[in-house]
Ligand binder design. Structure first.
Ligand code: FAD
Length: 384
């Protein structure tokens, strides 16, 4: 797919902004757009590479709060609410940018191949039906009626009709167009080196291209957040992905097993993922990673063994020490906000992150739903 990002500004002629957002991934761009739609005028997105080329580009685009959830906790509620925002988000982006983000509402299947897998899905079915969530239990034959490509040694499956998917690279293109239409400045190729403060108030950002003065900074720098704030510890978790080509498409649903997943795209690509590795900042695709992903994908659908490999890549998921996103104002430094640590769910969480961060910055009041995700849950925030 061709990613159509608009021309980027590479130099700055004005050094003062109301809000500077560090990071031009799905999170930074969504917050910038939401702020502009709330009337904030002078917004700048600072990106050290090109917009939308890191984790957000590497993702699979699944919007699936239910498929892997084992309880209804605060994160589940946030994921669930963000998924509900996606239909409106998709149509607004289409209107603003002309780009269809390919929101596909076919649903998700989660397969069990062993007794152990079956126990896992039985438990998931039980708690989710008890709290009234939509989930269907399927016998092996029923699952294979939905998707004949599924391996015959299946023991059972769940179907999550509301766990859907989106083409995340199109989301990035749409967001980049939209922020450009809204008059948001994007400074690409510039690294934010430190956040400067005076008497516990933000006064600007020291960058590789000089100082930018601003009253509000939003740190949306994904897996690299730790370089700007040592107290908000975000670890990079590498995820590798393989892109296969299929015509006609092998499956309509997103299909998971406890070991991997496959995701069909409208243009005939089939994504197979993923790994979860502590490999520092290395974004390599490895022999071990590829082998594991393909084995798990072929367990789901043996016909995958005959498909051509079109591409492979890796991205770095931003994970906080407790695995939860880090969202909201920093209590100790006025004007400093964090929107990071989205780990495995940053594409899903983008719309609600944009809405809640913009609301917090504009209204000056933090919505209660953000309390469990406050940056203040870590040690005293330090930025330089
Ligand atoms: C293989 C894989 C599969 C995934 N699948 C899914 C999925 O199906 N569904 C889902 O919801 N999520 C998924 N995710 C997770 C999702 O991709 C991330 O949670 C999300 O992209 C995080 O977005 P972000 O904007 O915070 O980070 P990024 O997209 O990484 O953006 C951060 C940006 O900040 C910039 N930056 C960093 N430091 C600085 C600095 N000092 N100065 C200037 N710029 C800086 C970086 O260059 C980067 O562009 C997946 C991730 C991976 C790797």
């Amino acid at each position: 797919m061709v990613v159509n990002l608009p021309a980027m500004n590479s130099s700055k002629d004005k050094l003062i902004h109301d809000v500077v957002i560090i990071g031009g991934g799905v999170i930074g761009l969504t917050i910038a757009r939401a702020l502009a739609l709330r009337g904030v005028r002078d917004i700048c997105v600072l990106e050290r590479g090109a917009l939308g080329t890191e984790a957000s580009f590497a993702a699979a685009g699944m919007l699936a709060p239910q498929a892997e959830a084992d309880s209804r906790d605060e994160l589940f509620n946030l994921l669930w609410q963000s998924r509900d925002l996606y239909p409106n988000f998709a149509s607004a982006l289409k209107e603003e940018s002309g780009i269809d983000i390919e929101l596909d509402t076919t649903g998700t299947l989660y397969l069990a191949f062993s007794e152990h897998d079956q126990t896992e899905i039985d438990q998931r079915y039980e708690w989710q039906t008890q709290v009234g969530l939509p989930v269907e239990k399927l016998a092996a034959a029923e699952a294979r009626m939905h998707e004949p490509c599924i391996a015959p040694d299946l023991s059972g499956a769940l179907r999550f009709p509301l766990d859907i998917q989106v083409e995340n690279r199109r989301v990035l293109s749409a967001l980049a167009n939209s922020v450009s239409q809204l008059g948001i400045r994007t400074l690409c190729g510039i690294n934010a080196e430190s956040i400067e403060k005076h008497h516990q108030r933000v006064k600007g950002i020291q960058t590789s291209d000089g100082f930018i003065a601003c009253e509000t900074v939003v740190v949306a720098s994904g897996a690299w957040t730790g370089f700007l704030s040592s107290s908000v510890k975000i670890e990079p978790i590498r995820g590798q992905m393989i892109c296969l080509t299929t015509t006609p498409q092998l499956t309509r649903h997103v299909i998971y097993s406890p070991r991997g997943y496959i995701v069909p795209r409208q243009d005939g690509r089939l994504l197979a993922g993923s790994t979860s590795e502590q490999a520092g900042y290395k974004k390599e695709v490895t022999v071990g990673g590829v082998t594991k992903i393909l084995d798990n994908a072929m367990e789901i659908a043996p016909a995958i063994s005959g498909l051509a490999i079109a591409d492979a890549w890796a991205g770095l998921r931003p994970k906080a020490s407790d695995g939860l996103p880090v969202l909201g104002p920093c209590g100790e430094i006025d004007g400093l906000f964090f929107a990071t640590g989205h780990y495995r769910n940053g594409i899903l969480l983008a719309p609600i992150t944009g809405e809640l961060l913009a609301k917090t910055i504009v209204d000056g009041v933090t919505p209660a739903i953000l309390a469990p995700f406050s940056p203040d849950r870590f040690a005293a925030i330090n930025v330089s």
